[in-house]
Design a protein around this ligand. Sequence first.
Ligand code: ATP
Length: 293
Amino acid sequence: INSFFQPVQQLVQLYTQYQQGKAAIGKIRGLLATSSSVVESPTASVLPPVRGEIVFDDVTFGYLPDRPVLEGVTLRIEPGETVACVGPTGAGKSTLAKLVTRFYDPSSGRILIDGHDLRDVTLSSLRKQIGVVPQEPFLFAGTLRDNIAFARPEATDEEVWAAVDAVGLRDLVERSPEGLDTPLHERGQSVSSGERQLLALARAFLAEPRVVVLDEATSSLDLRSELRVEAALDALLEGRTAILVAHRLSTAMRADRIIVVDDHRIIETGSHDELIAAGGRYADMFATWAAHS
Ligand code: ATP
């Protein structure tokens, strides 16, 4: 019986591998397609240190030519200001954030950082001054230090510890057998989703960017972890320009300004109190949220 089933099993295995391989190739293709969507101009210059003013000047963008995701978006973010972006799923919040880091170029209009069109500066000098905290931060099989100092491998111990303290992770490092030199895999699955987020915030903190673009994680945290992440976020955003894609209104409320994105546009903008008083979409979202929490 075995000799009959073995080849069948092998065939099934091979087929599974083939399917997985196909999926992986698809993903790589997707990545290549994204990274090739922006081209550095041969005349691009190095972006000098910025104060952190971000301007969207009548920006229209779509992933497909005839399907705009954002249309005529105009927005000025002052240096040091925190702007939270809220709106329904698929409204274009993450897209707006990706445009700031020049993952894509607008199909029309301009995005400026301290008056420089993003297309006129080198990608490396732009990304040095913009810290990105993705929705699903990646950790890799290095030490805690490697993971935190990812963007600045030359950082001193003092600098790494300052970042660790800023986000409240000292206890995690001190509980690890070799401190900062503990390989992450030794902690195995013991890095919780809250700790993962804090590590990502420490990584961004250490890079000292003038501008932070953060796509908030959607995974729900227990109350204690949520409070720790909020405190770490305050430490990271202090004195920096920030654009937050906020999935929780509790995060949005803490921003200096909230923009509501829907129907390809910014439909409302103001502080939490202003938008509540205006009684529009944000006020509706807030009332629904408050009733459920
Ligand atoms: P969510 O709250 O669910 O994260 P969002 O407001 O951040 O949503 P985006 O991720 O910006 O929305 O997506 C806006 C629109 O663009 C959606 O219709 C989405 O399907 C589409 N979209 C996003 N990324 C791509 C892509 N790489 N290629 C094609 N279409 C995309």
